[in-house]
Design a protein around this ligand. Sequence first.
Ligand code: FAD
Ligand code: NAI
Length: 455
Amino acid sequence: MIYDLIIIGGGPAGYLAAERAGQAGLSTMLIEKRYVGGVCLNEGCIPSKALLYSAKVYDSARHGEKYGVIAGDVRLNHSAVIERKNKVVKTLVSGIRSKLKKNMVTLVEGLGEIAGRSSEGYEVKVNGETYTGKRLLIATGSMPVIPPIPGVKEGLEKGYVLTNREILDLKTVPASLVIVGGGVIGLEMASYYCSAGSKVTVIEMLDHIAGYTDSEIGEILLRRYQKKGVEFKLGAKVVEICEGSVVYQAGGQTSIVEAEKVLLSIGRKPVVEGIGLERLGIELEKGRIKVDGRGKTNIPEVYAAGDVNGESMLAHTAYREAEVCINNILGKKDTMRYNAIPSVIYTNPEVGSVGETEATAKQKGLDFETAKISMLYSGRYVAENEDSDGICKVLIDKKHRRLIGVHLIGSYASEIIYGAALMIETEMRVNDIKELVFPHPTVCEIIREALFELK
Ligand code: FAD
Ligand code: NAI
């Protein structure tokens, strides 16, 4: 049988593409080498959020006095947290499996490798069999960057150096945890393990945490976590990892910090090796598959979606890119837009961002105006938070007075940011948004309120 579409990789990009293609009547094969659901469901988005939610419940109970709630002996049972996380993952993965089945997708579990091209289509080898597809979608995702720091290889082998995979499955809470890289994974894992009782140290090479997040929001997050007991070594370089400690340099000084476990979270890279891309001459750019706005590679009828194209390594981007590919395969014109993709850091407090930051707007030479407002202007925020440092920042372009960026730190930021993305995507002007009625009392009202701060 010749398939209309063969997809390599069963993460968010691959499984969603398979579902959509199957639903549209394309005979579709999905090949997955490790676990259906990919990184996101099995060792990324979902397991990390399950852990973080347990930490949130625990922290609320521990610090309930501020809200008039006195709890007795509150403890976090880490193995029960992991067990619950596994249950959550299992439920979601089985949901995906049944959706694939419903949409008549042929799922093959094994390592897929492009074997070449024949007159009938593209050939892919898996488990010793060769299958042919009229079209190919490569959705092989990404993997952690492993730095060439002395001691890393040995630590990974012996199990005291971890990646996102192992940190989400630890049997016990380490007494001390050093996190190399203060980006999204580093901060989310610092958040869980500091609540769970580890002495957490984050070593970040830049002078700030949270990457491209609005710098003021990054500062607030830093102070919050310092208050919770997380130590940050900024502008620091790890020079060696030993069993039980990490050696780093900062400000011209060499220091040692205790580390029962070390998490590597310095970024991820697309999975482009061992798939046979070279057999078709698929073009790479800076280690990722080069695609156009429709997800097409340089080879006809070969598409790539998700982390493997390195555009924006987020699950929701992967979903949308997958849809764009399938729509184009089905002959519907659809183009990927990246200007209003929200991003969230699920720390406590949460950070939500979409669109331009002051830094990117300056870089692009945009003529923009900014307004900032304290979350204390939201009745619900005050009713539910004893902390008072949450902020909302909005950016508009001066000429058209359209919203071009929203950045929040505070409760519900992860849920609110979707509304802001909608406003940016639909190019809403400040006056249009001011005419919208927001529910009261909610924290999302803060966006509308911030717009009244503009000149
Ligand atoms: P992946 O999920 O990486 O899936 C690719 C799949 O392809 C894998 O299952 C792999 O086994 C398979 N594969 C690779 N090569 C082959 C082959 N040759 N044959 C067969 N199968 C193959 N994003 C968010 O938006 N929100 C979050 O909260 C979030 N949290 C995260 C937390 C962590 C700890 C991590 C690591 C990532 C997180 N991400 C989050 C990012 C998100 O997981 C990725 O953006 C998303 O998984 C990308 O989907 P994908 O389908 O492109 O790739
Ligand atoms: P990241 O790019 O977010 O952060 C990596 C950090 O490590 C940066 O701050 C960088 O300056 C630092 N760094 C790099 N090399 C270093 C070194 N040698 N020593 C010390 N610091 C170093 O990457 P991360 O955290 O690994 O996450 C990978 C990707 O996964 C994210 O970019 C994101 O796309 C996705 N993700 C998304 C989440 C979400 O949406 N909530 C959660 C977790 C991951």
